[in-house]
Structure formats: structure tokens, C-alpha cells
Design a protein around this ligand. Sequence first.
Ligand code: ATP
Length: 346
Amino acid sequence: MIEVEGLVKEFRRPRRVEGPLGGLRTLLTRQYVTTRAVDGVSFALAEGEFVGYLGPNGAGKSTTIKMMTGILRPTAGTVRVGGTVPWQDRERHARTIGVVFGQRTQLWWDLPLRDSLDLIGRLYGVDRARHRAVLARFTELLGLGPFLDTPVRQLSLGQRMRGDLAAAMLPEPRVLFLDEPTIGLDVVARERIRAFLATRNREDGTTIVLTTHDLDDVERLCRRIVLIDGGRVLYDGDVARLTRQYAVGRRLVVQLGEGTRWHGVTLPGIVREDGEAGEAGEAGGGGGTEAEPGRVTLRFDPARTPAAEVIAAVLARHEVTDLSLPAPGLEGVVHRIYAAREADPC
Ligand SMILES: Nc1ncnc2c1ncn2[C@@H]1O[C@H](COP(=O)(O)OP(=O)(O)OP(=O)(O)O)[C@@H](O)[C@H]1O
């Protein structure tokens, strides 16, 4: 559905001249600074995939999305979306895709949301009966009812985002590009949007490319991620495989019975993460400084000590009311990958 091959985008701007009349001299200078925002990105997405396109600030995510949506023309490389080159056949491309930029709106500021959606339906030539049916479905899924007749300028950020999403999906595009759709939203609005996206992907087979800094979005929605930094792809594949590959250790969360003190475990290499620093072995005894009363979090390397052994060692010395082994989170993994890149950018 989407093929991106050797994509490069360079931005050129005049070199800033410092000193007296610097602004004017910058305008007149013939020297330029070139930024390579996207540096040879390639990937292919099949129809119906839901992909997280991730990277730290300035990694080149928005620039890639702008080329995939036809807003920008690349310096080199190609993009095909459903066979169309976005910047060459913009009109045909616009009919295939939906786009939501979290920071901007495509709705008419002074019109009630309903009228904005109506206009979009007309612009895209959506059949009236179809428009009514789709709008009714989206109104229910996104909870648009209470503010359908409110002018867009009076909507809260979360309401406007839901409106924007409805607008992007009304013409029922085969591909949806989302750039930070949940930025600044509260939990309820975020959940609505996530549920809506998951349904569109599952039921209509919409191919979705999502850029976000909210890794919960990605964990909830995407099976695959493309991770970029410095304009290059660092990782492309399964979210689950990435967390398995890069997670250092697992965590065991222990809830001690009331009045039970932490006595430590007699296994080497188990680190206590909460309150007490250092090893969670004999030295970790004493307890009493847990962030939550009676709760102790241990980190261990499952390749060295299987989870079952850690649990048995804890149970041998403590009265325990609850135990959990949280799955390795994407947040920590991605953070470690960025940190490693910063330390060794080559
Ligand atoms: N119009 C432009 N002119 C000059 N440089 C630009 C332009 N747009 C982006 N850049 C530069 O290209 C690089 C990539 O920017 P881009 O906006 O694609 O990053 P991003 O991954 O979307 O970042 P963020 O997470 O902060 O939104 C940055 O160094 C940015 O300063």
C-alpha cells in the first residue's frame, strides 16, 4: 500500500550573519546551511497495517509524513501510496488519504462542526445518504453529539481533535496519516481517539501511520514500529520483538502482607528498584522505605535467574499478598535506544 524508497529531504537556509546589521546581511548572503532532515528512509507497508512512526524531537518524522502526504517534494527517493506519487498527482492522492496534524485543524474556524463536516462531505463528493450514515456512526464512536452545533473556534482541544478525526475519515480514505493526534489531550479524549482508530483499522482495514511521542498510544494500537533518528531508520519491526530484544531485565512487584518486613532474597544479581538502593539480597533487609507501604520492586535478568526462582526466593522468606511481573514497557526500551544513540551517534 505504501512504498518508501531511499527518501531524502534537505532544507537549505541562508547562513546567519552575526554582528551589526546581521539581519540584513543574512538576507543578502549567498551562503547556505543545509539540514538533511530525512536521510535515506525506506520501508513498505501492506494494506491494513497500523504502524507507529517514532523518533525523538527533530528526528525527521513530520518531514517524512509531509512527503508521504504530498505537502513536500523530496530531494531524492520515491514514495508511492496505493501506486500514486503523492507530490505528482496531488488531487488523486488527496482522495485516497486522510491527514490529521495534531497542531493544526482542517475545519472551518467560524462554522459549527456539523457544517464543516458537511462541507468536507460535499468537497469529496460523498453521497448524501452515505454521509449521513457515516456521520451518525462517527458521532457515536467519537462522542461528537454534544458539540456538533458548536462553532469550531469554541471547541476544546480534545473536542476539536475528535472533529478533525471525523473530518479526515468521512470520505473513508484507505490510508490515514496522523501526526501527534493525542498531544495535549486528557485521558478520556485520548481513549476515545484510540478506540476510534483501532476500530477503523480493524473493521474497515484502513492503513494507519501514526507519529506520536506517547508510547502508550503505540503499545495500545500498533503491532509494528519504525523508529528513526537523525533522519535514518534505527529499527523497523514488531513492537513485541523490540521490547524483548532491548529490555534489560524484568521486574517483579511484591506486595508484602500487613506488618511483614522485607528481609531480602538470597539470590545474586537481583536489584531492588524502589526506595532502597543496591542489591536486594541480604543487604536489602530491614525495609521500611518503600514508596508504597509494603510494596517492593525487584529487577532481575531472566536469562540468569528465571522468574520462577526469584518468586520462590521471595515467598520462602516473606508473607506475600500479591505478586506481579509487568511486561517490559516500550517507554524504557525506546529511551535506552535514544540514549545509546546520543552517546555514540555513529
Ligand atoms: N521547513 C524547514 N526548514 C528548515 N529546516 C527544517 C524545516 N522543517 C524541518 N526542518 C528540520 O528538519 C529536522 C527534522 O524535523 P522534523 O519536523 O521532521 O522532525 P520531527 O521528528 O517531526 O520532530 P518533532 O518530534 O520535534 O516534531 C529538524 O532538524 C528541523 O529543524
